[in-house]
Write a protein that binds this ligand. Structure first.
Ligand SMILES: Nc1nc2c(ncn2[C@@H]2O[C@H](COP(=O)(O)OP(=O)(O)O)[C@@H](O)[C@H]2O)c(=O)[nH]1
Ligand SMILES: [Mg+2]
Length: 316
């Protein structure tokens, strides 16, 4: 299945909730307060979040006035285009791919960190890059086993520690190995503990210090992995991590079979952290770069209206 189709079917639940109503919202004779009320309710239901919803509504009202938008349907199209614009990622967001880099992967337990590292390793090894993985989740033996399986499948070089070993010492070993062997990308798989914010902050700060000290010329990227199915919880996790460390990108997983696809918009709007990758399954190829165009299409349009919407886009 082509990637867009996968994303499209993955977001079908979101879309059903949103789209049935989205067409209803804009299917009326004129733009009035009722339309905005219905739209607001719908966006909030879609997990787009209160702030993003308010931003969208305010922006629409402004544009309706200044750009003299009269037709509800045109306003709907305008909204979709605005969301697309806000969600766009640029080449600079993927700078870590073109430099010697260290990618710290954070997030709470079970969101898909290890799986994402496996998928990303596979992706970059496929591009001829030398990839290393550090197993800094030393708290569970099973976590190391799982990471080893992904390293074997992708062909990445794995640096592990002993069970219960200080994760920072694994990071130390891995960073030195990556530097001396000239790895293109080193992924650091961390334990997802958020039970104690102070500990988390200290642990992440320690890892960052080690990277800075041992490998100062490496490009640093911190990706937070979030499970799209958890909706607003994902947003609060992102917020908490962003408070304790510099998060430079989001990986949104499990967009297959979730009805909370709108969460990507909430994250972008509230935290201004770009969503860089999305996961749409458990397989090694089920990860892609975030594409605002595809995403918005998959979120807002019914299958048979995708082409039409495209055409109307061009006509405008
Ligand atoms: N359906 C689906 N499952 C995923 C995706 N990413 C990860 N998973 C599953 O989520 C579970 C937890 O993943 P894991 O990588 O162990 O999470 P971690 O605790 O953050 O390292 C596993 O069963 C994965 O197969 C995804 O994009 N879609
Ligand atoms: Mg893990």
């Amino acid at each position: 299945m082509a990637f867009f189709e996968k994303l499209f079917s993955g977001l079908s639940k979101s879309r059903q909730e949103i789209d049935d109503n989205l067409s209803e919202v804009f299917d009326r004779d004129s733009i009035d307060e009722d339309l905005y009320d219905d739209l607001e309710e719908l966006l909030i239901l879609s997990d787009i979040g209160v702030k993003a919803t308010q931003d969208i509504i305010d922006g629409l009202k402004r544009d309706e006035y200044y750009e003299h938008i009269r037709k509800p349907k045109k306003l709907g199209m305008h909204m979709v285009n605005k969301v697309k614009e806000a969600m766009s990622v640029c080449a600079a967001d993927y700078e870590f791919e073109t430099k010697r880099s260290v990618v710290l992967v954070v997030g709470v337990n079970g969101v898909g960190k290890t799986t994402t590292i496996g998928k990303l390793s596979h992706r970059y090894i496929g591009q001829g890059k030398k990839v290393m993985i550090a197993a800094a989740d030393t708290f569970r033996a099973a976590a190391q086993e799982q990471l080893k399986a992904w390293a074997d499948r992708s062909g990445a070089y794995l640096i592990t520690g002993k069970d219960g070993q200080d994760p920072s010492s694994v990071v130390y070993d891995a960073v030195n190995a990556a530097r001396s062997r000239g790895a293109d990308i080193l992924f650091i798989d961390t334990a997802g503990r958020l039970n104690n914010k102070k500990n988390l902050m200290e642990e992440l700060a320690k890892m960052n210090r080690i990277v800075d000290r041992e490998y100062p010329d490496a490009y640093k990227e911190t990706l937070i992995v979030l499970d799209a199915a958890t909706g607003q919880n994902a947003l609060s996790q992102a917020r908490e991590f962003a408070e304790v460390t510099d998060v430079s990108g989001v990986v949104l997983t499990k967009l297959d079979g979730t009805s909370k696809g709108g969460i990507a918009i909430a994250i972008q709007s509230e935290l201004s952290i770009p969503v860089k990758f999305i996961g749409v399954g458990e397989g090694i190829d089920d990860l892609e770069k975030f594409d605002a165009d595809d995403y918005v299409k998959a979120l807002f349009y019914k299958e048979d209206t995708v082409e039409d919407a495209d055409e109307e886009d061009r006509e405008q």
